[in-house]
Design a protein around this ligand. Structure first.
Ligand code: FAD
Length: 384
């Protein structure tokens, strides 16, 4: 494995072995029963996976972003839902580590590192997820802290997260609107209700919920970093790692679909020969492997930029855009290669076909990624 230390390589291998032994044998049953994978999540906690984005001083097991991407890929190769269960959590850890006050880091990071406390991001609202500056959840400042009213939707792990990075308007009249946006570190409590679990195509076992805030009270010192009006910029930085994570999930789903198609194409025979020898099927496999390899290069390029401390929104956007479109393409080809069995719930390829589209939508749709990429191309004066 290029670009990571030998300790990191061992970590990625250990996750790979765990996925093979513990995840793959049970995933189909958990998926189709839509069962929360409590034992698997506990094992991920034990392996330190919830602490990957927490500094060592707070009990974390920090790794390079390339290693983080590879671990995410391994988890998603086994079951995309497992990689989703740690994605938003890692973004919140990064946000607190980078922007949090000393008191916020001390209060949350040690428990986030072990997974004892789980966290999620709450950005999207019923009125929209792409136009975040138009969000309506309002945190009104009073003498005793904030009173929050509004609603969020599609919040991953909302039932099991004790902490939400809640994107709110602290100044609804600010112009430009982003100057009125803040992140509240909001703990579950009275006035915050997880009101509904949303039914969905894939991403089973992990809940996606509506969250209602009805006179929810948050302490005055719950604003991330202690400063109002900078939450939008903080979240945009957090989304760089979030988009690299979603791109890595896409690599995992794409790789799983490709590996199964490659195996099946050698086992299944028609017209007296293995189907890979039919040129159309062979071409699918060649295209799948080529685009997967290109996607991985792009994701690791974004990871290196992020670790270099450089602005990486364009690179993370490119990685997320290309890797997710690639995963959907590969999942579709894998389904085609499996013929009728590709449509069967007794095979895994149908799950990849249902899971892949999430990466096109989540962490900012691919239409939004293209907007980010082109605006950076203009402001950076083209590509480096
Ligand atoms: C399973 C799942 C889990 C999720 N988890 C979370 C979570 O944990 N936390 C969270 O906050 N959110 C989460 N989301 C929400 C997700 O981030 C949003 O769905 C996404 O950002 C799109 O927002 P929207 O659904 O409101 O679509 P809209 O913003 O209404 O967009 C609708 C369509 O219009 C396009 N569009 C909108 N504006 C533009 C534009 N300016 N240019 C070009 N095209 C545009 C979009 O690309 C899309 O095709 C999750 C979503 C899903 C499905």
């Amino acid at each position: 494995m290029e670009g990571i230390t030998s300790e990191e390589t061992d970590f990625v291998r250990a996750v790979h072995v765990w996925v093979e032994k513990e995840v793959r044998p049970v995933v189909r049953e958990l998926e189709h029963a839509n069962t929360y994978p409590g034992d698997l999540i506990d094992a991920m906690k034990d392996m330190g996976i919830f602490g990957l984005a927490v500094p060592e001083a707070y009990g974390g097991l920090p790794v390079s972003t390339t290693c983080y991407s590879l671990i995410t890929e391994e988890l998603a190769r086994g079951w995309m839902s497992l990689s989703g269960a740690m994605g938003g959590h890692s973004v919140v850890c990064k946000l607190i580590g980078e922007f949090g006050t000393r008191a916020q880091r001390d209060a949350y990071l040690p428990r986030l590192a072990t997974g004892e406390l789980r966290a999620t991001m709450a950005l999207t609202e019923p009125g929209g997820g792409s136009d975040l500056q138009a969000l309506r959840t309002h945190a009104r400042r009073t003498d005793v802290g904030y009173v929050v009213n509004g609603s969020k939707t599609w919040i991953t792990n909302a039932r099991r997260s004790g902490l939400l990075a809640l994107l709110v308007k602290t100044d609804p009249s600010a112009s430009p609107a982003h100057r009125g946006i803040s992140i509240l570190l909001a703990e579950q409590g009275p006035g915050m209700e997880v009101s509904r679990d949303l039914p969905k195509l894939g991403y089973k076992g992990v809940e996606s919920c509506e969250v209602r805030l009805d006179d929810y009270r948050a302490p005055a010192d719950s604003v991330l970093g202690g400063v109002e009006g900078v939450g939008f910029a903080q979240m945009m930085k957090g989304l760089e790692i979030g988009r690299i994570q979603v791109a890595s999930r896409a690599l995992g789903v794409g790789r799983a679909a490709f590996e199964e198609a490659l195996k099946y194409a050698q086992e299944r025979e028609t017209f007296g020969k293995p189907i890979w020898k039919h040129q159309s099927i062979g071409n699918y496999l060649a295209d799948m492997a080529t685009s997967l390899t290109a996607a991985r290069q792009l994701v690791h390029f974004a990871a290196r930029k992020f670790d270099a401390g450089e602005r990486a929104d364009m690179e993370a956007g490119m990685a997320k855009l290309f890797a997710s479109e690639t995963a959907l393409q590969i999942a579709t080809s894998a389904l085609r290669i499996h013929g009728g069995y590709g449509y069967s719930t007794e095979f895994d390829v149908e799950r990849y076909f249902r899971d892949a589209p999430l990466m096109i939508v989540g962490e900012g749709t691919n239409e939004i990624q293209r907007n980010v990429i082109v605006s950076q191309l203009i402001s950076r004066g083209g590509m480096d």
